[in-house]
Write a protein that binds this ligand. Structure first.
Ligand SMILES: NC(=O)c1ccc[n+]([C@@H]2O[C@H](COP(=O)([O-])OP(=O)(O)OC[C@H]3O[C@@H](n4cnc5c(N)ncnc54)[C@H](OP(=O)(O)O)[C@@H]3O)[C@@H](O)[C@H]2O)c1
Length: 245
């Protein structure tokens, strides 16, 4: 029998470290119940325990976005325990072609990247959407990247113009397409779907070369996850505002 709680229930995927972990912390700090998604139990439990020790309502939920068994188990757990999901942050991602040129990237790297960054997000979202529809204010945040913007990729004056990671960048472009299409499908519901660009943030993904802190990187995700009813849907934002697709 599902618990009746007025607290918002949020799931963050890939939340055992980096921007996902900090997003979990920021949402929990706003009084929510957080399901800290992680593919590996020890790392996930350790991360959840750290946030619990700060007095936050956080629990580990095993979720490998590429593994149907864990997706289905996560869906069942949320349904049985809460009967709904208010916020889904699709944060988990990989960057596997950091040193590869577009003409050289192999199919395995392309497919592995798309598996997590695109197909994984769609699979998790489709599995959980029936529960998000039960929320009175569902929010889906797809954690994208400025590198997914074809407009920015085509602008020689853009700061990151030389960064042409075919697998990673294109996976985020495709993810942005999912944002647009799903937001359109859900436009007459209470659910908002947006893409967030955290900006160049110091995490393991870039060997901590990013110049933003995780607190700064997670801020736009938290903002989109907590949009009011009047907020945007089907958009692409960083903390300066709207990004070009
Ligand atoms: N850092 C930046 O500058 C930057 C800029 C723009 C966008 N982003 C985006 O921000 C998000 C977070 O990135 P980050 O910088 O925090 O990277 P990170 O520190 O490498 O964290 C990535 C997280 O995703 C998890 N993950 C990877 N594959 C997974 C799978 N199959 N199932 C579940 N979890 C999986 C990782 O888990 P493990 O620990 O088990 O590997 C880890 O928790 C990503 O979507 C990234 O593309 C980052």
């Amino acid at each position: 029998m599902a618990e009746h709680t007025n607290k918002r229930i949020a799931l963050v995927t890939g939340a055992n470290k980096g921007i996902g972990y900090e997003t979990a912390r920021q949402l929990a700090s706003r009084g929510m119940t957080i399901l800290l998604g992680a593919r590996e139990e020890q790392r996930g439990k350790a991360a959840a325990a750290k946030l619990q020790s700060e007095g936050l309502d956080v629990q580990f939920l095993r979720l490998d976005v590429n593994d149907q068994t864990t997706r289905e188990a996560a869906r069942r757990f949320i349904e049985d325990k809460f009967g709904r999901l208010d916020i889904l942050v699709n944060n988990a991602a990989v960057a596997l072609d950091i040193n590869l040129k577009p003409s050289e990237v192999d199919m395995q790297t392309l497919r592995k990247t798309f598996d997590t960054n695109f197909f994984g997000v769609i699979s998790v979202t489709q599995a959980l959407l029936p529960l998000i529809r039960k929320s009175d204010a569902g929010r889906i945040v797809n954690v994208s990247s400025g590198l997914g913007s074809l407009t920015q990729n085509s602008d020689p004056s853009w700061e990151f113009y030389p960064v042409k990671l075919l697998a990673y960048n294109a996976s985020k472009t495709a993810l942005n397409a999912f944002t647009v299409m799903l937001a359109h499908e859900l436009k007459d519901t209470a659910i908002k779907v947006n893409s967030a660009d955290p900006g160049f943030t110091a995490t393991d993904m870039n060997d901590h070369r990013g110049y933003k802190t995780v607190e700064q990187g997670a801020a736009i995700i938290t903002q989109l996850a907590t949009l009011p009813a009047s907020g945007a849907t089907g958009g692409y934002f960083d903390d300066h505002g709207v990004l070009p697709w």
